[in-house]
Ligand binder design. Sequence first.
Ligand SMILES: [Zn+2]
Length: 387
Amino acid sequence: MSLITPHGGRLVNRVLEGERAKAAAAEAGSIKSLTLSPREQFDLEMIAIGAFSPLTGFMGNADFISVCKNMRLANATVWPIPVTLCPPDDLTASIREGEKLALKDDKGRLLATMTVREKYRHDKELEIPNVYRTSEDAHPGVAIVRKQGNTCLAGDVDVIDPNPEPEFAQYRLPPAKTREAFAAKGWQTVAAFQTRNPIHRAHEYLTKCALEITDGLLIHPLVGETKSDDVPANVRMECYRVLIENYYNKDRTLLSVMPLAMRYAGPREAVLHALIRKNYGVTHFIVGRDHAGVGNYYGTYDAQKIFDQFKPEEIGVEPLKFEHSTWCNACEGMVSSKTCPHGPETKVHLSGTKVRDLLRSGQRPPMEFSRPQVADILIRWAQSAKS
Ligand SMILES: [Zn+2]
């Protein structure tokens, strides 16, 4: 049985083992060290475990320019978003090409070493409008790029510890492990659902529609850096667990987390999310309306349409382009505009604000909107966050 080929042909593993790790750690004590930003720490982990295959390190200038302009690496492999190391300017000033650096987290713990292959100007005026389709600082992804340094350091990373303090360690399966799990279960086709929110009935329905045409389902929440107003990852994990426990076929469902920092780059990020999932062994990827969007920066279907700019074999994963779904009282079931002939008056629709108000006041949203077990977890969180 063979699983889908990783992006670029080979699953990268930049984690050093045994004597090589010890030697690198010993050497790191005597070289210049650099503290990574939270975004860079997550990106380092994604490179280390092969989730960003074929990337083996932080991007050089040729890849950076090509990615910004053409959504491809310099060798033409599809890649939609730069993965760069851009420390503060006062730190990069003294760093030279060829120099070896110890990369550390914000608590001073050694993560990796990197020989600086290239040092180049961070062209934010190229990156921002191309990747984010806006230059407004109110966009959270744009704001992060603006705060980054004006110089990028490129080089392959040799990782000693991808994450000294992994959240949800038991659910943090790297691509090699999800692939093992799929093979062990005999799943040839696997649909992945990316989420940074609790799963309510609408998304439960989409995941189950996907599972109807695949062997297995990977519920793959993102636990990297998100916006401060998103529901915290630990609360979401509790919601996912109780939902799977009560409403999913456990022989067909795997829950694992992904340490990716959100860019909120909408369409381009949808492509990135699909390519990453291919590395995890996934064949089908659910792309909802306004996937990875924020505010009103992207058109409703942009994240679905962008896949049409590539040949299917260049992406490798089949995007499952879904409509919004809701409960329809007339149909007595979950529906979308593709399947239901009734008007809005038959739909159970609640705005995000309405849901938050209900939860804060200790009331469950209607069972057609949210499973009661999930609602109860969110009520506990909303009420404790309020005080
Ligand atoms: Zn209907």
